[in-house]
Design a protein around this ligand. Structure first.
Ligand code: DSN
Length: 424
């Protein structure tokens, strides 16, 4: 363990050894496995320290200079710094850094622009969208009127002509682009043209690709979308949190929707950690990081294709790969479970037009943000594809010993790539 880790946990170990033991076990697990969950990453020790700071003690409902509690001399500055850094990094007029996470951030956008029953158009969940883009089980699908678009069956890609057709027919008040399983570049300009034509507000949910946008590895929605929402903990590599950004015209509506519309006091320790992550993301080295994520993703996509795996859309432009296992004759769930036993964590995922059920779908979702943080490069992607292939083969042949053999190789491999904040 690093000194920083020990310093952080010494008091905890004395006060609550059970929880400390579980945190330590999680540190070991995270360090010994290859993390390919597309929405996860490893934050820096600086971000971790801010998250674990004394700022957790403070209530500060409201916004800087307009709070409902006294004693905001430092918290106001923290929030103002986070806002200024978000505005600078993403080139936007306004940023709200208070949403607790991605779902409340998106709900705030609904609250700012819609009334219950209004029509919202988003990408279907099983095509790569998100629950909060109007899925039936989400409040956004229950309280609003959701209409959906997807990807073409033959290309696995969004067809903007199809999107325009649905938009013209349904006249949504809010259109959403972005999602959780989209391996290709999102055409924000194209979406904006359609939204303008049907007089809809366009929300770009860039939760997955925010770090790529910040690092210049994906086009930015700024100047195209009316509103941009993002979580801060995926490719952006910050703490678990979220932001909503927009032009000056919509600033008041967004702020009112976040507080007092949906939330109470912001989590100031998270705000501070977001500020730190944004500071890190503004560095030149973060541009290298974002570029390397995509290089790794492309290299891994090729290595998997070379081993006979079918990828939705045939490849990737970003951090994410969606594998369709249909031709491999194994479901996504048993494959994901076998991979976890073999030391590779990822998630099973629906693929577009999936013939299987959502809880046992045909796909695997893979992302390269976390392994890139650990310093892995293109050369490491071929061995990773090999381990994936061996583990899936072992799962089909029910060879548990082979899964254990792969896990042992991965444990050794991972020692070369320590994770921030924890090491043997
Ligand atoms: N749970 C996130 C993901 O994995 O993409 C989205 O909210």
């Amino acid at each position: 363990m690093t000194d920083a880790y020990e310093a952080l946990t010494a008091k905890l170990a004395a006060a609550d050894p059970e929880i400390e033991r579980l945190i330590e076990a999680e540190g070991r697990r995270e360090s010994e496995k290859i993390r390919l969950i597309a929405s996860e990453n490893y934050v820096s020790e600086a971000v971790m320290e801010a998250t674990g700071s004394i700022l957790t003690n403070k209530y500060s409902e409201g916004y800087a200079q307009k709070r409902y509690y006294e004693g905001q001399q430092n918290v106001d500055q923290v929030e103002e710094l986070a806002i200024a850094r978000a505005k600078e990094l993403f080139g936007v007029d306004h940023a709200n850094v208070q949403p607790y996470s991605g779902s409340p951030a998106n709900l705030a956008v609904y609250m700012a622009f819609l009334k219950p029953g209004d029509t919202v158009m988003g990408m279907a969940l099983d095509m790569g969208g998100h629950l909060t883009h109007g899925h039936t089980v989400s409040a956004t699908g229950k309280w609003f009127n959701p209409v959906r678009y997807g990807v073409r069956k033959d290309t696995g890609r969004i067809d903007l002509d199809e999107v325009a057709k649905v938009a013209r027919k349904e006249r949504p008040k809010l259109m959403i682009c972005g999602g959780t399983a989209i391996p290709r570049t999102i055409d924000f300009e194209g979406f904006a043209e359609i939204a303008r034509e049907v007089d809809a507000v366009l929300l770009a949910d860039i939760a997955h690709i925010a770090g790529l946008v910040a690092g210049g590895a994906h086009p930015s929605p700024a100047g195209h979308a009316d509103v941009i929402s993002t979580t801060t903990h995926k490719t952006l590599r910050g703490p678990r949190g979220a932001m909503v950004m927009c032009d000056a015209e919509h600033a008041k509506a967004i702020d009112k929707a976040v507080f007092p519309g949906l939330q109470g006091g912001p989590h100031n320790h998270t705000t501070a950690a977001i500020a730190v992550a944004l500071h890190e993301a503004a560095r030149e080295s973060f541009r290298d990081y974002a570029g390397q994520i995509v290089k790794n993703s492309r290299a891994l996509a090729k290595a998997l294709t070379d081993r006979g795996y079918d990828l939705v859309s045939g490849g990737t432009d970003n951090h994410l790969i969606l594998v369709d296992l249909t031709s491999k004759e194994i479901g996504g769930k048993p494959a994901a479970k076998a991979l976890d036993a073999a030391g590779i964590e990822l998630n099973f995922n629906a693929v577009p037009y999936d013939q299987r059920k959502p809880f046992d779908p045909s796909g695997l979702r893979i992302g390269t943000a976390a392994v890139t943080t650990r310093g892995m490069t293109e050369d490491d992607m071929d061995p990773i594809a090999d381990w994936i292939d061996r583990a899936i083969g072992a799962a089909k042949a029910e060879k548990e010993a082979e899964l254990e053999a792969v896990a042992a190789e991965i444990r050794e491999f991972c020692q070369t790539y320590p994770i921030p904040g924890w090491h043997d």
